[in-house]
Write a protein that binds this ligand. Structure first.
Ligand code: MSP
Length: 601
């Protein structure tokens, strides 16, 4: 007689369909109006002692915090979870490093939606289209700047589409809405008294679009280079507008004193060191040097410095100056090369304009090729479109997040490692779902009872979701991926030990494999969204049961329902969840310098 049917575990249940929406582990949401504060903006105020408010936000006692004038307070609305990627330079086509910044942000956005579906997510990306670098690249390509930007910007948009990025806005710095925001912001800086016109001299790097002081440059092969970035610099002396960055030292120290401000901590320590030594920042350049940019309001002979222009994109997307709903950013996701701009210049500029600094600047390390920095000039950049075509979007997403998801450490990109990572998914997840979908094994499923319990899997499954959640919350994406795969490995081991094909009762092997896959499918939705969806489809998990609240164990085990789901899944999907990719068919994805001038022709 078959022992098939529903069975309630003896242990108290942590699961019920209605409990799903009740599980909320995110920090309580503060309405926008409670968090948006005006900062003191005068240079004199900085000498006063800095106090720390409970939210880790600093202010000076003589500059009372008031609600910002933009973004009218609406206490009935939760503040959206606001995430941003850097906006990408359009001087060249996208490479795998750009995709990494996009993906990391996408994973966090999707995780928030999974964890707290009621909280809106604002997730913005876009392209950085002004400055000398772009002006020169357009010239080299023989096209006018706007046309050049239109074409290359479209490639970034296309990359986002192909890699299943769930952004809510794509901003371009050549859009009228951005000009409006930049001009308004500039005028705020003027009113603050924190900017002045003066003479500036220093070493300028076009690649970095940044001035460097004499102490930050050195000579290499007869050329002057920035010690920090290795890019060539040229001596420039010019009249431009300058921002009293040094006057913000105390307020910046207070902001960066909060461990949440810049993460991981090693990057924050570096920023704290840099804040000790601030020079005034050049924030415009003469029109004679760069003409492709936003003119300084009221001073048409000057063009706004491209980094100031670019950083403002983070408020353009919220509708600034009319609206700022969603500010401050919960996290600006940036590569380690551009932390200074986000964690020193941007907070200071915001404070000067009377706006709150971002809550977190989250930095990631870089992808290298054969341990050397990827760069267009070295011709060793990886073309993400090629990789996506060969390994599928989730093959690439999984590799980048599993191997490059450790934020402090660089990861070395290789096609071979991509293959190893893909096979891990195929061997562990793909094979397990294939194993349990076998009709002959499903016929041997009976009722699940106490005798079928496995203590190792019970333990692993019951802690799986919260462990995943806390790792994701700590931005340990690599470890979050590891945790899931380890449970699936344990389920595969159990399956092999039980040899369900050799006995007349496959219940225990299939139930544990099924629920391990079910939890993995739910939790991996932010990381490999399409494959996770297909996995859950193959298991027959209905869409409304793919929530955070459902990713629990133990549960009421309904083997009839499980068998029905697996049989339907089998009808719907032919073949393997992760089809084999022939390594021989894998041509190298290393693009020889996708230089925009060459590639847009
Ligand atoms: N336009 C500026 C950002 C302005 S944001 C207000 C910029 N653009 S970029 O196109 O050069 O870089 C965009 C992102 O790609 C940065 O986060 C950068 O760190 C990242 N990456 C570029 N090369 C990378 C790797 N090799 N590996 C990982 N990410 C890297 O900077």
């Amino acid at each position: 007689m078959l022992r098939q049917g529903a069975y309630l575990l003896a242990r108290p249940l942590a699961w019920s369909p209605s409990a799903s929406s009740a599980v909320k582990l995110l920090a309580p949401i503060r309405p926008f109006g409670q968090t948006c504060r005006r900062f003191a903006s005068t240079a004199q105020a900085t000498s006063a002692p800095v106090s720390q408010t409970p939210g880790g936000i600093s202010s000076t006692p003589d500059s009372p915090i008031v609600t910002a004038s933009v973004g009218a307070e609406d206490k009935s609305k939760p503040k959206p979870y606001f995430l941003t990627t850097p906006i990408f330079y359009v001087n060249a086509s996208p490479h795998i490093g750009h995709l990494h910044s996009l993906l990391l942000t996408d994973v966090l956005a999707r995780f928030s939606r999974l964890r707290d579906p009621t909280r809106p997510v604002v997730f913005t990306t876009g392209t950085d289209e002004h400055g000398l670098k772009i002006q020169q690249a357009a010239k080299a390509g023989g096209v006018d700047e706007q046309e050049f930007c239109d074409r290359v910007s479209e490639r970034f948009r296309d990359l986002a589409r192909r890699s299943n990025i769930s952004h809510t806005d794509f901003v371009r710095t050549t859009e009228p809405r951005h000009y409006t925001a930049v001009e308004h912001f500039w005028n705020k800086l003027v009113t603050s008294g924190d900017i002045y016109k003066g003479t500036h001299s220093g070493w300028y790097s076009i690649s970095d679009e940044s001035f460097f002081a004499a102490s930050q440059v050195g000579e290499k092969d007869g050329k002057m280079i920035s010690i920090e970035t290795g890019n060539e610099v040229v001596w420039e002396e010019e009249v431009n507008w300058k921002f009293r960055l040094g006057a913000f030292k105390d307020r910046l120290l207070a902001w960066a004193g909060d461990p949440k401000s810049v993460q991981p901590n090693s990057y924050r320590q570096d920023i704290l060191r840099q804040i000790q030594n601030l020079e005034d920042l050049s924030i415009s350049r003469p029109l004679s040097r760069v003409r492709w940019g936003v003119p300084v309001p009221g001073d048409p002979e000057q063009v706004i410095y491209v980094w100031v222009d670019a950083l403002i994109n983070y408020i353009t997307v919220l509708g600034y100056p009319e609206s700022l709903e969603g500010w401050p950013a919960d996290a600006h996701i940036v590569g380690k090369d551009i932390i200074k701009f986000h964690a020193i210049h941007w907070p200071a500029l915001l404070m000067s304009a009377g706006l709150e600094p971002p809550r977190t600047v989250l930095a990631h390390a870089h992808w290298t090729m054969a341990r050397s920095k990827m760069s267009k000039s070295r011709g060793n950049v990886v073309d993400p479109i090629g990789s996506l075509g060969k390994w599928g979007v989730d093959g690439v997403r999984w590799y980048l997040m599993r191997s490059g998801g450790s934020l402090p450490d660089d990861a070395d990109y290789s096609e071979e490692q991509l293959g190893v990572n893909y096979r891990l998914l195929a061997d562990q997840i793909g094979n397990l779902v294939a194993r349990i979908s076998s009709p002959s094994l499903l016929r041997k499923v009976k009722r699940f009872d106490d005798g079928d319990r496995d203590s190792e899997l019970d333990e692993a499954l019951s802690t799986m979701r919260n462990e995943f959640g806390s790792r994701m919350e700590a931005y340990q994406i690599t470890r979050a991926c590891e945790g899931v795969i380890e449970v699936i490995m344990a389920a595969n081991r159990l399956f092999t030990i039980l040899q369900p094909w050799a006995t007349d009762d496959s219940t225990k092997a299939i139930v544990y494999a099924y629920h391990s896959l079910r939890l993995a499918g739910i939790l991996l939705q932010p990381i490999i969204p399409s494959k996770a969806t297909e996995l859950l489809d193959r298991l027959g998990v209905p869409p409304h049961r793919r929530t955070w609240g459902e990713a629990v164990w133990p549960v009421e085990v309904d083997t009839e329902d499980m068998i029905r789901g697996l049989r339907e899944g089998k009808k719907k999907y032919k073949g393997h969840l992760f089809p084999q990719v022939e390594m021989e068919a894998v041509a190298p994805t290393v693009a020889t310098a996708a230089a925009a001038g060459d590639s847009i022709a």
